[in-house]
Design a protein around this ligand. Structure first.
Ligand code: PMP
Length: 426
């Protein structure tokens, strides 16, 4: 696949930063190499010496003096090499992408560590979306994505979804405005990308089935567009086997996948990773060379020490315990919704993630109800309109999260919501 036609003028114009290239080289050099290059400060002057971080299971990860110097120093832009290698093994085990080989010369696929998946995604949009482009996107969708894409001046085309995510037939109908041969004609503005959240969607809680993914991938081949797979709730799929990802189906090199450690290791440490065709990941890395330089090396080393101690099996065991927690929370929210909201609202029980998406009966726009009345009744929810491409468009939905509150609080919260809906409809 030739990825050049997908790039914005800004992305295509990016050149490597010579000093950054030197840092990457130095990271891979043996200790005998004397470096008089680069502008790295001397870590002996830094006030921090070492760290011991206690884990919930009583063990600890140690960052000794030598490692601490590495953690406090500038590092390679695509990520601390040992962490990138660990994550590549993980991707291979979980997704076995058809085009992922690990040699930088032969491989078509590449990875980089990002400061949360949000950084990776916003750089992917900056790389691919030009003013006037048509962009296909789940409707409704994550407000953080809308914040990153909307200012780029593109035309967002919402693809209708149900509890199983994007409806392939609806996607086909949207694309019937173009002929597959229009793809070669830039003036026809055939969509170049589809953005989707495949599991436990934010806000809808929807998860795409394997059949739908296969069908959507075929449509992407027919109309030659890229798929941006934003999958922060992948590790929060409540039942096994987990659905195969778009990355696992990607025989062409048209999928860019954003993963996140935010829901399973820490949201504040800001760790995510992108996996995708090397020519595209390279462009994101060039953008990072000119902006963040790299994700915090301390964060990366801390995570790396943990992951090396756990191994992939230990990591997946931890993921299982996190799933257990969210599944129980989901069950508690569904039980409370059944108890208080039956007849007042409708919903589907999510199979992944942390959100319940409810359509409120008899309330065509939930904005006032949630932003004024619910707040004064001391229950916080998000009105559905926050996730509409056009946020001034009314929505009869609300998003309730079951991540933070106890089952008792969830029960009280939904009881308060029920009384608000009853009062609203009187
Ligand atoms: N995408 C989606 C769909 C999300 O829900 C979130 C987090 N709320 C993100 C991206 C950003 O996650 P991160 O913390 O990895 O930047």
């Amino acid at each position: 696949m030739n990825h050049t036609r997908f790039l914005t003028a800004v992305s295509a114009a990016r050149q490597p930063s010579p000093i950054r290239a030197m840092t990457d080289l130095l990271m891979r050099s043996p200790p005998s190499v004397i470096s008089l290059a680069g502008g790295a400060p001397n870590p002996d002057t830094f006030p921090f010496k070492s760290a011991s971080i206690t884990l919930n299971n009583g063990t600890a990860i140690e960052i000794g003096e030598t490692l601490m110097k590495k953690a406090l120093q500038y590092s390679a832009t695509p990520g601390v090499p040992e962490l990138v290698s660990w994550l590549k093994e993980l991707q291979k085990k979980l997704h076995n992408p058809p085009t992922l080989t690990y040699s930088p010369d032969k491989g078509q696929m590449a990875m980089c560590v990002t400061t949360g998946s949000q950084e990776g995604l916003s750089k992917v949009f900056d790389m691919l979306v030009s003013p006037g482009d048509n962009v296909l996107i789940d409707a409704p969708t994550y407000s953080g994505t809308l914040a990153a894409v909307k200012p780029l001046g593109c035309n967002l085309i919402g693809v209708p979804t149900d509890q199983h995510g994007i409806i392939p037939q609806a996607l086909k109908e949207i694309l019937s405005r173009w002929r597959p041969e229009d793809v070669a004609l830039p003036e026809k503005k055939a969509p170049k990308i589809l953005y989707t959240i495949p599991n436990g969607g934010n806000p809808t809680g929807a998860s795409l089935t394997t059949e739908r993914k296969t069908e959507i991938y075929k449509i992407a081949q027919e109309y030659d567009f890229l798929i941006v797979e934003d999958d922060p709730y992948y590790f929060l799929q409540f039942s096994k086997p987990w659905a195969p990802s778009f990355l696992s189906m990607d025989i062409d090199g048209r999928v860019i996948r954003a993963d996140s450690m935010s829901k399973i290791l820490s949201s504040g440490l800001r760790i995510g990773y992108l996996t995708g065709p090397k020519p595209l990941i390279d462009r994101v890395v060039l953008h990072m060379q000119a902006s963040t330089l790299h994700t915090s090396a301390f964060t990366q080393i801390m995570i790396l020490q943990l992951l090396q101690q756990w191994g992939v099996e230990g990591f997946l065991k931890h993921v299982d315990s996190v799933i257990q927690f969210y599944r129980t929370q989901r069950d508690a929210m569904i039980a409370s919704a059944d108890k208080w909201l039956t007849g007042l609202a409708e919903w589907h029980s999510p199979t992944a993630g942390m959100f319940l998406w409810m359509k409120i009966h008899g309330v065509p726009d939930t904005h006032q109800l949630i932003m004024l009345k619910a707040i004064s009744k001391e229950v916080l929810l998000v009105p559905g309109s926050a996730f509409n491409i056009d946020s001034s468009e009314p929505s009869s939905y609300v998003r309730a999260s079951f991540s933070l509150s106890t089952p008792e609080q969830i029960d009280q919260g939904l009881e308060r919501l029920a009384s608000l809906i009853i009062a609203e409809r009187k």
